[in-house]
Unconditional design. Structure first.
Length: 358
């Protein structure tokens, strides 16, 4: 049985240490990190990839509620708020926390032991909810209504893919991927299947500034391809994945030397910076029929219009199916407006992309 990886976030060193001592009595929980503020927690999240997080409200630099609102829509972790006051309980739950526990006033002996038992039970509940894919229930999913007066996609199953469509030459190909909520792990499952000589890959994953660099470093450690956070002017080459930097818009550009990227601060588009729509629109303009675009799990509709533009430009477009999404929002919106040529389970998308290359 895999142990539940727990990150404890609290500005009190004493409380972190005392609580950790009692939690260790539960052999099914492993404390992978202890952070004193939101910024340290951010670093530990990408380093240790915890299954569950406990979070204090009153912390230096950034309070717990602000951290929840900034983190969870982009990098979902079942979070239990642990606070000395219940005044902000409803605010915490509204921000996405799965549970709220009140710290004991007297943190000695039996009081802290009983509290630790309650916390361990809450950690198990939070983990079991996420492990059974109930993360979908933690974020309201858009209703699946067809878009009015817009064309429905003609092909939405792998076995219905047009047999006459020409494959893309590897030397010319550009692969563009976009994701949001739940996308960090979805993208890992895709890009780790790409061989070292795969054509260049551009990714926009909705993440705050600072997270994208660490996420790129994580991908670089586990992928056969090289991975880096985007820098303005980066040249594309086979075997390279470029991840859009937080608070910078990522665009594909082309000159007489080939493809390169623009990575510049900009206004939010479709509610995001980086925006999947911005990336996909630029890929449609620069690469046209030499591109492959795939849209993954995420809230909202960022990327839907851009993927439609890619398809109209002759690109091959893919959408993650509902069953394997944490949130079937972005892929659903793309599907509804006719942007998706093939809709497929997450585990098959890497093969579909590679099979389209000549």
């Amino acid at each position: 049985m895999n142990r539940i990886k727990l990150l404890v976030v609290d500005d009190s060193i004493l409380f972190r240490e005392v609580l950790s001592r009692y939690i260790k009595n539960d052999s099914s929980i492993e404390i992978v990190g202890k952070a004193g503020d939101a910024y340290s927690a951010r670093d530990m999240i990408l380093k240790y990839e915890p299954d569950v997080m406990t979070l204090d409200i009153e912390m230096p630099k950034m309070d717990g509620i602000a951290f929840l609102k900034k983190l969870l829509p982009q990098y979902y972790i079942p979070t239990i708020v642990v606070s000395s006051s219940e005044k902000q309980k409803n605010d915490c739950l509204s921000a996405g926390a799965v549970d709220f526990l009140t710290k004991p006033a007297n943190q000695s002996g039996k009081n802290i032991e009983a509290f630790a038992t309650d916390l361990c039970n809450s950690v198990h509940r939070a983990y079991n909810r996420s492990d059974s894919s109930s993360k979908k229930a933690d974020v309201k999913e858009p209703e699946q209504k067809p878009a009015e007066n817009k064309a429905k996609p003609q092909n939405n199953d792998i076995d219905k893919r047009p047999k006459t469509r020409s494959k893309i030459k590897r030397a010319n190909a550009i692969i563009a991927l976009g994701a949001s909520t739940g996308g960090t792990e979805a993208l890992v499952k895709v890009v780790t299947q790409f061989p070292a000589d795969t054509p260049p890959v551009l990714i926009v994953q909705h993440m705050p500034a600072g997270f994208t660099k660490m996420y790129a470093e994580r991908l670089d450690r586990i992928c056969k391809m090289d991975v880096k956070e985007a820098e303005d002017g980066d040249r594309l080459r086979k075997g390279l994945i470029i991840l859009g930097a937080g608070e910078f818009q990522l665009r594909l550009q082309k000159d007489n030397k080939g493809y390169y990227v623009s990575s510049k601060p900009g206004e939010r588009v479709s509610g995001h910076c980086p925006s999947v729509d911005v990336l996909f629109n630029s890929v449609a303009d620069a690469a046209g029929p030499d591109a492959i675009g795939a849209i993954f799990t995420g809230m909202g509709r960022d990327g839907a219009d851009g993927l439609l533009k890619m398809r109209k430009a002759g690109a091959f477009t893919i959408g993650q199916d509902k069953a394997t999404c944490v949130v079937y929002g972005m892929p659903m919106e793309a599907y509804n407006i006719g942007a998706v040529e093939v809709q497929a389970p997450l585990e098959q998308i890497a093969k579909i992309i590679l099979d389209d290359l000549l």
